[in-house]
Design a binder for this molecule. Sequence first.
Ligand SMILES: Nc1ncnc2c1ncn2[C@@H]1O[C@H](COP(=O)(O)OP(=O)(O)O)[C@@H](O)[C@H]1O
Ligand SMILES: [Mg+2]
Length: 239
Amino acid sequence: MLEIKNLVKHFDKVKALEDINLTVQKGEKIVIIGPSGCGKSTLLRCINLLETPTSGIIKYRDVETKKYKRDVLCQKIGMIFQNYNLFNHLTIIKNITLAPIKLKIMTKEEAYKKAMKMLKLMKLEDKAGNYPRELSGGEKQRVAIIRSLILSPEIILLDEPTGALDPENIKDVLEILKDIAKDGMTMIVVTHEMNFAREFADRVEFMDKGMIVEEGTSKAIFDHPKNERLKEFLNKIKS
Ligand SMILES: Nc1ncnc2c1ncn2[C@@H]1O[C@H](COP(=O)(O)OP(=O)(O)O)[C@@H](O)[C@H]1O
Ligand SMILES: [Mg+2]
């Protein structure tokens, strides 16, 4: 589904990514962990064409991502950010329906109908006419998730989706992510929620200094870490 080979991304002198290799199969749940600044966001942003790699190859369905039109790729590979990235000047319903209408995936009527159905599922139907500033963080993140899912993506990338939320909202959003996962979605999640990571991941990737230094099942990574920097990272997180 997704194949990353020898990916390198430098910002002038900052070596954000050094030789990343990662293959993701359909339906896999990948969790990426690692210290701040190790390149997690940059990796997701390169996958979604938000950054241009310095070198290396990223393929989605055997075609290099750079050969896709950005609109088309972003429909197939959705992204959810820590700070929601909603359009603050648009109502919730407009935020959700903008892309499917613009991309001509749905008529306006179809988009509104589907959006209302999804809002209802997430218990947000009474917020359709509100603006993002009138919603809590957890509500905003649920809207961002709906906005991504309405395009029927094949992969979703989540960059610390609960990073800006309080504990109660964190739980809600993590439950929603588990539900989405159950439906077979291919997901790549950057998170600091280690209990969630352990339960959720088919495979955990530990990044440090722009590289994947250890990968394995949650059991292998959390119960039997080998790399010294991974051990150190897990100890720090526990304390
Ligand atoms: N647009 C940018 N310009 C310059 N440096 C950047 C930019 N984006 C990220 N970096 C640098 O790249 C490194 C990796 O950043 P990032 O991918 O955001 O790490 P993480 O998400 O793991 O915290 C950091 O040193 C960061 O300062
Ligand atoms: Mg980041």
